[in-house]
Design a protein around this ligand. Sequence first.
Ligand code: PHE
Length: 511
Amino acid sequence: MSDPESAILTALSAEEGSTIADTYAFAASHNFDHNQVVGVSKSLEGDAYVTLKELSTQFFVLQKEANDISTNGSQEVRVLNALVKAGDAGLSIPALQQEVGKDISKIGMGNCLKNKWAKKDKASGNLIAIVSEAKDDVREQLAALQAANGDPKALDDKAVQALKRRKLISLVTRKSYTVSRGPDYKPKRVKKAADLTKEMLDSGSYKTTTFKEYNFQTLGESVGGGYLHPLLKVRAEFRKILMQMGFEEMPTSKWVESSFWNFDSLFQPQSHPARDAHDTFFIKEPAATVSVPEDYYERVKTMHESGGSGSIGYRYDFKREEAFKNLLRTHTTAISSQMLYKLANQEGGFQPARYFSIDRVFRNETMDATHLCEFHQVEGLVADYDLSLGDLIGTIETFFKKIGITKLRFKPAFNPYTEPSMEIFGYHPDLKKWTEIGNSGMFRPEMLAPMGLPENVRVIAWGLSLERPTMIKYRIDNIRNLFGHKVDLAMTRNAPICRFEGGEEEEKQQQ
Ligand code: PHE
């Protein structure tokens, strides 16, 4: 015959109220697969050609043993027949097993004794028939059920329970549908158009075309595109916090620096071990910078060689080719230095300023679970008249409080460019321990004086890595899972937005 779709529509075409009572029977009579009929019916329902009503039909199916009983009789009748045939002496159990088989004899014997069709002879132990024949109820019940297509109503409840107990039948529930005409029924399906085409517009056929309705429930196509890396999410949050604190972002968008800005301007002696190729990546091509501000260069050179502003300097021969060597910046403090130089020499003279940056730096490190050759530094500085160590501690406390670290400790440290210098330790509430989270200090006069900053201008500054708070925030324990070529892209795609609410948390606790 035809396909299920036209068969269904044809079946409903006879008159207004025609229905297909049960898709299951319909499929069977048309030789269709029922699942296919259901699929087509649902698709027709989607276009309102038909309305469906779910049917749930329960019926019994015969188990394997029941089929055997239907053809050969119940076990008890077969045992009885064997016993009747054996006559008055009856049969021993092995002989009975021989006759009807082990399984049949076991079940049949039990039922014969229970039905009082047979008895056990005490003297011989043989089974002897008491009746000469019996009606095979079980076989008849199964036959009746089969004739009624498993309809549970074909048998009384007691019989059903007995057959179920013997595991001869089991109940099956089948889902099917009653199909009737829907509001938009037509005897032939017209596929709705999904798109308006140029041809439709040209010919005007769009006026009579039926279009698919919009499906506002459907999920949109997933949008590909970029995702912010966790480091960038934390950077966005830090940037917001620092801007709220009145800090202005420094232009750090270059990775190659001269040794002059990276080290010399920071009063880091040219013999300092950090200036060794073991610690710093020097650039081969171009190996040297083109120029530095010459008058400032001279003042820096003098400060290194013989001091000034109360310092005796380092007392060595300051080398120009050492200062001009290009490198991958080892810290963003190279930019802080340039910004302070600009601040001292800008038109109108020095003005107080707050600067920050969050950008990449490079160090020739042995790589392990927490170290890579490149990382990102968060750096902040405040330049103003008569600042004190108290201002530095206060600024640092405000910043860290905003990123959720409320308990801080400071440990005296050494940096060539700061005095005093303090390492910053934070108590991590998750890890329940104190960890080093940053470095800080007040820039030395040997650094500030050659720039030309007024004498009582102090600069407080601090720096930390972006990686450490990011790893803590995103519970990443190996830096190689955060940054580099082995990073799982799905991690980037799925990383949640970063929010730091530590400060508010503490305020709540205090209330
Ligand atoms: N430049 C320092 C570092 O790389 C951080 C720092 C910045 C320290 C400013 C003191 C002042 O660790």
